[in-house]
Design a protein around this ligand. Structure first.
Ligand code: ADP
Length: 420
């Protein structure tokens, strides 16, 4: 009998309830979301017309047959044993590529109906490749009727289709993930190349200009050009450092060294440094800061605040940044509020993503979209959280919450002092 013919059901020989089951199974398979739920449905719909105790699906794995789905319907069955009976049949089906119907006898010591097992093994063909076997087990008979055998072949045909469909869906998902990854990598290279080439362009341009032998530069111009080269080299170094930090943070390989840190003194330092670097913002540090000691990596945490204050000078120039500290039960909550132009609500959820930048009509404001990503990674490494709140036209507030355990910080400190 030809394989395609064998799966055909002759409606004339089927009883009405069998015909109904065939239609219901076809419909259920067409609507099923995944293989397992489709197989559950098949079993539920086939059982009233086709009695079996067990159905096992075996698929060709890398080396051997692997059970992909097993369902014991009869009560009190030992699944392992039943699976191994099915396995022997599945192997044989795979060797011959044909339907196999046989009866196994368990031995006289078995007194219940599992002594006689009626096994039906069906090959699963997918585009002419034998992909596995579907095995039905019935305990104690009666033998399968020709119509039941045809029904089981019909089910095997549907199961093979399901496997094909499942593979296709997985393959498409894989291609889609690959496409997204390629797109990400391309975006990454485009952004990074652009950001690296901009300072490099300045450096090269001004250096070449200074080297021209046909022009005599006066001292002031030469100094001006050299200052640009100097500043752009700093920017290039900062960009490369940011890139390296961001990939180490992403990979979790950036080492942190946690030490007790006096938060009030730390913030005063941060403010002093920012004021010396940016002359277009004012900073107001809350009066009477609480004298808290937290466990932190001081230089990494300083990077967070430097970044936020540099952003304030870039995106909220001429504003006053207010820094305050709120002591909470298990944490300290630090806020930095500026009264700059603010950030539209639709950008807030993406602000801390790698390379995310709010479109800015002012092309002179440069950046990579790495700063806030790095801030979040560092704060997360402190078991803290960072988020932004903003209103267009009013300003932006960055919140940082860090866990705070004065007792632990004091203990570490006193231990260290006693060891000195
Ligand atoms: P970059 O400054 O390199 O663009 P960041 O990750 O530091 O990257 O910041 C992401 C975006 O968040 C910036 O492009 C900017 O649009 C916005 N942003 C950050 N801080 C502020 C601020 N204080 N006010 C308004 N916008 C801000």
């Amino acid at each position: 009998m030809d394989r395609a013919d064998s799966e055909k059901i002759n409606p004339a020989t089927l009883r009405p309830e069998e015909l109904e089951a065939v239609y219901a199974i076809s419909r259920a398979v067409a609507l099923a979301e995944n293989i397992d739920s489709a197989l559950d449905e098949i079993i539920r719909l086939a059982r009233p017309v086709f009695i079996f105790d067990n159905m096992v699906l075996f698929l060709r794995g890398k080396e051997l047959l692997e059970p992909a789905y097993a369902r014991a319907i009869g009560r009190g069955r030992f699944k392992e044993a039943e699976l191994s009976w099915g396995e022997a049949t599945a192997y044989e089906v795979l060797q011959t590529g044909r339907l196999l119907s046989r009866i196994e006898e368990g031995g006289e010591e078995i007194t219940d109906r599992t002594r006689f097992r009626f096994l039906l093994g069906l090959p699963l063909y997918l585009e002419n490749h034998l992909e596995g076997a579907l095995v039905f087990i019935r305990f104690g008979g009666p033998p399968y009727t020709p119509d039941q055998v045809r029904l089981s072949e019909f089910i095997a045909g549907l199961v093979a289709q399901l496997i094909g469909h499942d593979r296709l869906v997985k393959h498409i998902a894989h291609l889609e993930a690959e496409r997204k990854l390629n797109q990400l990598q391309e975006d990454f290279i485009a952004t990074v190349s652009h950001e690296l080439l901009t300072p490099l362009g300045f450096i090269k341009g001004y250096a070449t200009t200074l080297l021209r032998e046909d022009i005599e530069w006066d001292d002031q111009t030469r100094r001006e050009f050299l200052t640009i080269i100097d500043e752009e080299s700093d920017r290039l170094r900062e960009l490369i450092e940011n890139l390296m930090d961001s990939s180490r943070l992403q990979a979790g390989t950036l080492k942190m060294s946690f030490q007790p840190l006096r938060l009030d003194a730390f913030l005063r330092d941060v403010v002093m440094r920012a004021l010396s670097l940016h002359d277009n913002i004012q900073i107001e540090l809350q009066n009477g800061l609480p004298e808290l000691r937290i466990m932190a990596d001081a230089s990494r945490l300083a990077q967070v605040f430097d970044n936020l204050l540099t952003n304030a000078s870039k995106y909220a120039p001429n504003s006053t940044v207010k820094i305050s500290v709120i002591e909470e039960q298990q944490s300290v909550h630090i806020t930095l509020s500026d009264n700059g132009p603010g950030i539209a609500a639709e950008h807030l959820p993406s602000l801390f993503k790698r390379f995310y930048r709010v479109p800015n009509p002012d092309k002179n404001v440069r950046g990579t979209g790495l700063g806030l990503f790095i801030c979040r990674q560092i704060v997360n490494a402190h078991n803290g959280e960072i988020w932004a709140e903003s209103k267009v036209g009013e300003g932006t507030t960055f919140h940082i919450r860090l866990p705070y355990n004065q007792q632990q910080a004091d203990q570490v400190l006193s231990l260290r002092e006693s060891n000195q």
